[in-house]
Design a protein around this ligand. Sequence first.
Ligand SMILES: Nc1ncnc2c1ncn2[C@@H]1O[C@H](COP(=O)(O)O)[C@@H](O)[C@H]1OP(=O)(O)O
Ligand SMILES: [Mg+2]
Ligand SMILES: [Mg+2]
Ligand SMILES: [Mg+2]
Length: 311
Amino acid sequence: MSTSPSLIVKLLASSVSVANRAGKIVRDVMSKGELGIVEKGKDDYQTEADRSAQKCIIASLSAQYPKINIIGEEDNTDNDVDFPSDWIVTDADREVLLLNCPDNLKSVQEEEIVVWVDPLDGTAEYTQGFLEHVTVLIGISVNEKPIAGVIHQPYYKSIVDGEKKMGRTIWGFQDVGVGGFTLAPPPDSLIITTTRSHSNPLVEKALQVMDASQILRVGGAGYKVLQLLEGKASVYVFASPGCKKWDTCGPEAVLSAAGGKLTDIVGNFYKYSATESKPNKMGVLAAVSEDLHKYALSKIPQELKEALAKK
Ligand SMILES: Nc1ncnc2c1ncn2[C@@H]1O[C@H](COP(=O)(O)O)[C@@H](O)[C@H]1OP(=O)(O)O
Ligand SMILES: [Mg+2]
Ligand SMILES: [Mg+2]
Ligand SMILES: [Mg+2]
């Protein structure tokens, strides 16, 4: 007997489709060459791609799910100003629509959902030409927890049925699994992934204590979590307050659906209700397995935890 998909399954399927569209906007702005860079703060930029992709995502999801609380990174996006009608996406990914919803999420109502949107994660890298690091992030949370999420990579190149394809969309769903890529085991030696554009002495201290065989410095929270999922890195360490809820909600949902764990640097989970403060003040510690997360956490000295708490 077939039943109609639950609200959460539909929302995840819509998020996959709209992330694809937002990714095309990100590529189109870059090919036009007019980035329209605005400096929001120190080492903190916004481009026309961030603004437009956010309009596309929020307008599309709020048209279909009017009672969901959707929180996007960019706050000066003139949502009322006209934009192309093809930015409103009402398609839903067909494969995701076929997923079975876990019993505990079957009756979730729109009012109980908070969606965190990072229309372009890795803006610094986008403006500097490190396009592979760029992702579009959509995180779906219920009862403060990320339960499903999407990481779209607009510049991922592949060949599908003999044709070149640009972009891929990875999704994760609690108790269901992940899709859109092939999950790989962690590397044999300890490889850390961390920031390339927001480092400081505390970030460097946390890297030193890990005794890693290699440190990868790449942009974006989404891309670093992808590196964990694809076996390119073992642990993601960022002992600094710069990330916010929209940076981690989607990636955390995908990582935990794959059996991994993302917390702050002292091992506490972040909470994703709409009333939570936006900054992830205590940094990020993530790994593709509980064991690796535990190991990395055991390496962080007490002084470092205290120094970050004082920031
Ligand atoms: N100091 C900061 N100011 C603004 N955003 C930050 C800062 N540190 C981190 N971020 C956000 O977290 C993401 C991951 O950080 P990093 O690449 O440094 O590891 C960044 O791409 C950026 O998201 P965004 O590009 O969406 O603004
Ligand atoms: Mg930003
Ligand atoms: Mg971001
Ligand atoms: Mg962003």
